[in-house]
Design a protein around this ligand. Structure first.
Ligand SMILES: Cc1cc2nc3c(=O)[nH]c(=O)nc-3n(C[C@H](O)[C@H](O)[C@H](O)COP(=O)(O)OP(=O)(O)OC[C@H]3O[C@@H](n4cnc5c(N)ncnc54)[C@H](O)[C@@H]3O)c2cc1C
Ligand code: SF4
Length: 498
């Protein structure tokens, strides 16, 4: 695979980023698309490791050593065919996947792993620029139709697969645009929305119908879809944010991260700020960090996106607080190779400027006489042994100035509105976390109804959404036809035409 000695000759290089001083003034993508030569060099680092673990690390089972080899041999068209045999949307994962594959790369045991994500992005962008990515209209239609509720990566991947199998697919989305969190959530500087549109346009040409501004459960009842469609896939995501219960949490100036982030997505696209990503009115029509002391509550991806957006708004100061202790900068012993390690991650948004604090307890939101947030009372969490037991104690209480607090403390479960009430009335249960229960074939206790993505597995990743959408589509096809032409997780390269 690749060049047998490549890993000894070439250093790992990830995508080049635009200079910070330039990029914080706009919302254009931060990463520069690698050149074919850079990509070939990186692909040459993939060694002939005998038993590769990278495809186990990838939730899609991407056939990584084979596409690396094809890139090294400059057989880009074949590399593209291998890549899309397992991944419907490499242009999304190549930009925003945290690349668990790289954590299980064999080279990563004692050297920096192969830059798989960079290679993936380069292959798909080359394919688009060469005109190889064309609408794939199925040659034969079945007489079956499928409704998909939700147009995030899970719903889109399922739609793409089911359409490929010849079924007539309609995707219903409550927001005014297609894409789920790819469209409203993830900032433009990580994923340009033209990239999402480029894919949705192709899918429309393939025959998939998209209906926006339609909330299933209220505007259209699930029972209506049950009557009109042969199968239904619920891919509604996990969009209910965790609430912070600290004293003073009714102050003006505290917002869920998604209200803040989706507004910025809309501003970039010149879309009116009347309705949020759920199609509801915004809590506040114009949430801006400009000139404010911003505190982002939560240390994950969503929090990091709030940091990047606040920097672009020109906040006065940005602090990100996290209740958990600071992770190790080395791979910890409890997640040895080839596992995904729980270690310190620094995003491009962090590089742009933020004060990150760990082991922080948020004690109180402090407001003035008008109810406006002015500061946060925080303290450091320390462990102490008391009566032979380890207990948490909060010390070093202090106030930090804050006029804008963004809650990015994670998402609890899928929206428990009218749709979930209707599915409950059909006897479909939720698990203890509030997600919708299915069996191993993604099917609920109701024959026709399947679930995929964050609505089933809880808050996760884009790559998992695509993986779940593909697997659910395969099971729906089996349910409808008794057999399936859709690939499972493992595809043999012998199936592909070189
Ligand atoms: C701010 C943020 C940043 C993130 N960054 C990354 C990242 O960099 N990399 C990564 O891998 N993952 C990231 N994630 C996680 C990733 O976006 C999700 O795991 C993924 O989008 C889940 O896909 P999904 O299709 O299950 O759901 P979603 O993308 O949430 O899509 C669900 C869709 O269903 C629609 N819907 C819900 N209910 C109804 C209804 N009743 N009727 C009609 N439509 C409905 C919603 O409006 C939504 O469009 C991020 C998440 C957030 C919040
Ligand atoms: S989708 Fe993500 S995990 Fe899979 S190969 Fe691409 S970067 Fe790696």
């Amino acid at each position: 695979m690749g060049k047998p000695t490549g890993f000894l000759e070439v250093d790992r290089k990830v995508a080049t980023k635009r200079p910070i001083a330039e990029r914080v003034n706009d919302y254009l993508e931060i990463e520069i698309i690698p050149t074919p030569l850079e990509t070939k060099e990186q692909a040459s680092r993939c060694m002939d490791c005998g038993t590769p673990f990278c495809h186990n690390g990838c939730p899609l089972g991407n056939i990584i050593p084979e596409f690396n080899d094809a890139v090294y041999e400059e057989n880009w068209r074949y590399a593209y065919e291998i890549l899309v045999s397992t991944n419907n949307f490499p242009e999304f994962t190549g930009r925003i996947c945290p690349a668990p594959c790289e954590s299980s790369c064999v080279l990563g045991i004692n050297k920096p792993a192969v830059a798989i994500e960079l290679i993936e992005k380069s292959i798909i962008e080359k394919a688009f620029s060469e005109g190889w990515v064309q609408p794939q209209v199925p040659s034969k239609r079945t007489d079956k139709n499928v409704a998909i509720i939700g147009s995030g990566p899970a719903g889109l991947a399922a739609a793409s697969q089911l359409n490929k199998a010849g079924h007539s697919v309609t995707v219903y989305e409550r927001a005014d645009q297609i894409g789920g969190l790819l469209r409203y959530g993830i900032p433009d500087f990580k994923l340009d929305k033209n990239i999402v549109k480029r894919r949705v346009d192709l899918m429309e040409k393939e025959g998939i119908k998209f209906e926006t501004n339609v909330q299933i459960g209220s505007e259209i009842k699930l029972s209506k879809l049950q009557a009109d469609f042969d199968a239904i896939l619920i891919a509604t995501g996990s969009t209910t944010p965790r609430i912070i219960q600290s004293k003073g949490n009714d102050a003006i100036g505290i917002y869920p991260a998604m209200e803040f982030l989706s507004q910025q997505n809309k501003r970039v696209a010149n879309i009116s700020l009347l309705h949020n990503h759920k199609g509801e009115s915004y809590i506040d029509a114009n949430i801006l960090a400009t000139g404010k002391n911003v505190v982002v509550i939560g240390g994950g991806d969503t929090g990091s996106d709030c940091v990047g957006t606040s920097n672009r708004h020109k906040a006065k100061s940005i602090t990100q607080i996290e209740v958990m202790p600071k992770p190790s900068s080395e791979r910890p012993d409890n997640t040895p190779w080839p596992n995904w390690p729980n270690m310190l991650r620094t995003s491009t948004s962090h590089d742009e400027g933020v004060d990150r604090l760990w082991s922080i307890s948020l004690e109180e939101f402090i407001k003035d006489e008008n109810g406006q947030l002015t500061s946060l009372l925080i303290g450091d969490i320390v462990n102490e042994v008391q009566d032979g037991k380890m207990v948490n104690k909060v010390i070093n209480h202090r106030e930090i100035p804050c006029e804008l607090a963004l809650i990015a403390a994670g998402f609890l479960h899928t929206d428990h509105g009218s749709l979930v009430k209707e599915i409950n009335s059909l006897g479909i249960s939720l698990d203890e976390r509030g997600n919708i229960i299915t069996d191993s074939t993604y099917q609920t206790s109701q024959d026709k109804i399947f679930v995929a993505g964050d609505a089933r597995r809880g808050q996760s990743l884009v790559v998992w959404g695509i993986s779940e959408g593909r697997e659910a589509a395969r099971n729906i096809d089996l349910f409808l036809m008794g057999n399936t032409i859709l690939e499972g997780k493992t595809v043999s390269t012998f199936d592909l035409v070189k």
